[in-house]
Design a binder for this molecule. Sequence first.
Ligand code: WTA
Length: 645
Amino acid sequence: MTEQHVYPVPEALKQKAAIDADTYQSLYRQSVEQPDAFWAAQAETFLDWQEKWHTVCKSDLRKGEVAWFLGGKLNVSVNCIDRHLEARGDQTAIIWEGDDPSEDQLITYRELHEEVCRLANVLRERGVKKGDRVCLYMPMIPEACYAMLACARIGAVHSVVFGGFSPDALKDRIQNADCQVVITADEGVRGGRKIPLKTNTDKALAECPDVHTCLVVKRTAGDIQWEDSRDVWYRDAVEAASPECEPEWMDSEDPLFILYTSGSTGKPKGVLHTTGGYLLQAAMTHKYVFDQQEGDVYWCTADVGWVTGHSYIVYGPLANGATTLVFEGVPTYPDAARCWEVVDKHGVNSFYTAPTAVRALMGAGDDFVKRTSRKSLRILGSVGEPINPEAWEWYYKVVGDERCPIMDTWWQTETGAHMMTPLPGATDLKPGSCTKPFFGVQPVLLDSEGNEIEGAGEGSLAIKASWPSQLRTVYGDHQRCIDTYYSTYPGYYFTGDGARRDEDGYFWITGRVDDVLNVSGHRMGTAEVESALVLHEQVAEAAVVGYPHDIKGQGIYAYVTPMTGVEPSDELKKELISLCVKEIGAIAKPDIIQWAPGLPKTRSGKIMRRILRKIAANELDSLGDTSTLADPAVVDDLIDNRANR
Ligand code: WTA
């Protein structure tokens, strides 16, 4: 092996884990050489089907057409709950850990069944039918999981909107998916602070006349407005409903959820996932990547507003009958020991988080970690952005006491589940590499002509063949789906990421090659932030790029050209920041705003972002050719006035 340090599979895991190195090799080969046979066997093992499929897979990546387990019928909530009742009705399905360390709750599979059935009945009584969209704008409370599963039970399509998004962003998503029911809470609680979810919802719903029902969970009993004809207290409604609910038998290809995610252009896209293939890959990856064993307690710190929360807090773990921990708070509240205290309190065996959290906790110092035991931990995970080797080593040595392998899982909202990842008993680790493809996944590196690069090399990362949890479309706009993912390299799914493969066949993600930022693991389009900035009447133009940030991975750097005659001021900066928060949410706050009298443009008027990225990163030696610019002098001005960091 050629890269720095290699961490071999721990002996203990080699013996015990479900998949060892040889099994990985042979199963991987089978999965790509005989995919139908491979996936049919997995679908039998992992899921309960009401009716068996007649065709395993039909796909044409040129047209962006993908279907798995055609003709099969199943229900996701039955797979995540009902089928476990006999053997583990009294086992804890969900451990809820509140923001306040003194608050927690255990929910058994039997209780989960009752909660989900009751809510499913409430939704049905309110007219929600198979195929209808329901918007969830929830804090991290058990009701968020109940709501997702209740939708799945009756065949409604949920669209979870992250609780950190603004009323405007919520409104756009409700309108785009034409949701008529919204489920929210009075307020959320994070890090000791209240989040006005109901007030935000009220603002959004002022422009969503088709929403006839808003179910409200009472989380804090804080002061809220009430619209009698529309708003219903969640608890009152479920208590009045029956605890039994017949599931809707869904076609394998019926939609399960829509989740909005950012791209290079325009407003966020509603990525649509369907039933059978999605659940299979979520369950299978959860089982193998975290080496899930009977009785294990598993904790993923994501929010259900992101795909990681969908696949690895709710669907994957519950399909496997695991105990999944749902955490309301943040890793640094009340202090930076919180995660490890929760691990000790609940005996967590696998812990899955984002590099930005690892870096923040590393910055707080080892003492917070060392005062806890963490004995129960067996597997660590990382997701959302490349993990820098320094953070990896700290996570491995200080948190995992050099005992717990780190699963660096590369995947996307669009892929639905892990695509490249180590397996604990099979893969030697290299810090910073997501290592090898999961079963059935065929990653390729393409050069600028679209040719596959063989062996070691670097290029655009694409996937060569369909996988079960692949996105099926962009809600309401299949052409946009084709344009975004299937037209750059015809015949391939294009990820938007760049990657390198080393001599050992290990993959290293180098980051996005498109105009998508990854800020603290949150995806954001530069175009979205730019559109917010130019809404200000004193702004003529704006260009947004990412720059390296110690904790967030990437920070948001905005170049703003004021209207002629407008004097730039700190006041204006503040207004611009508020505008981004209003239009998108706090995650879209620019870290740096630089006034730019002009932006570097080609003679045809295209902004040269490459140059703006270099200036933002302080990499002035590698600006590249600026002679093709319409006005090369603007670059000197931007360099002279670049922000201090
Ligand atoms: C990045 C999150 C490097 C990548 C699951 C991808 C990663 C985008 C990793 C998707 C990883 C995610 N190593 N980069 N382990 N995981 N990414 O849709 O750029 O929120 O395209 O899905 O995050 O972000 P999304």
